[in-house]
Design a protein. Structure first.
Length: 179
């Protein structure tokens, strides 16, 4: 593994990795927001987060004693984040399906109104209203199209990243003394 595939964090104490408000046992604790953001941002800069490793340098004595606890906590944290993101993706796609149904029904109604206006002799003000009704129908399809064409990508990529981070190698190592 190349050195560039390594994400390095330096801390005084391994406990600083975690959210101090989380009362869970260490292996189930959430990482602190800043720590998670640092790891995620660093992983996004890697050519591929698959095969990345996290090196946590701690200055306290007995760094190796924290190895298993930190490794399990990081794995559990990113597994939970992947699960949450998977649920967000599922919710988003469900919202997209419901929005599509509502949008199609509304579009159909607006097209029916536009056709009725054509039959009434759509000229002048009636023609402008007919065009507006047609546009309103198509605008109702905007959000479903946005969800299915663009929004889901970001959520799915985040889920993949969290899964990759849940599988990364985690090493706790003592810090070299500062010069």
């Amino acid at each position: 593994m190349k050195q560039s595939d390594s994400i390095d964090i330096r801390l005084q104490d391994a406990a600083r990795l975690f959210n101090s408000m989380d009362p869970s046992p260490f292996h189930e604790r959430e990482l602190g927001r800043e720590v998670e953001a640092f790891i995620v941002d660093a992983a996004r800069e890697l050519p591929s987060p698959e095969g990345a490793r996290l090196r946590v340098f701690v200055s306290q004595a007995g760094a190796q004693a924290h190895q298993q606890m930190v490794s399990e906590a990081v794995r559990h944290h990113f597994e939970r984040r992947a699960g949450q993101t998977g649920k967000e993706l599922s919710d988003l796609l469900g919202r997209g399906r419901r929005s599509t149904l509502v949008g199609l029904v509304f579009l159909g109604m607006m097209m029916g109104v536009a056709r009725l206006m054509d039959e009434l002799g759509g000229e002048g003000l009636l023609a402008i209203i007919r065009e507006g009704v047609g546009i309103a129908g198509w605008v109702a399809m905007w959000r479903p199209m946005e969800i299915f064409l663009y929004d889901w990508w970001h959520v799915n990529e985040s889920k993949k990243l969290y899964l990759a981070l849940s599988r990364m190698e985690v090493r706790v190592e003592p810090c070299a003394p500062e010069p």
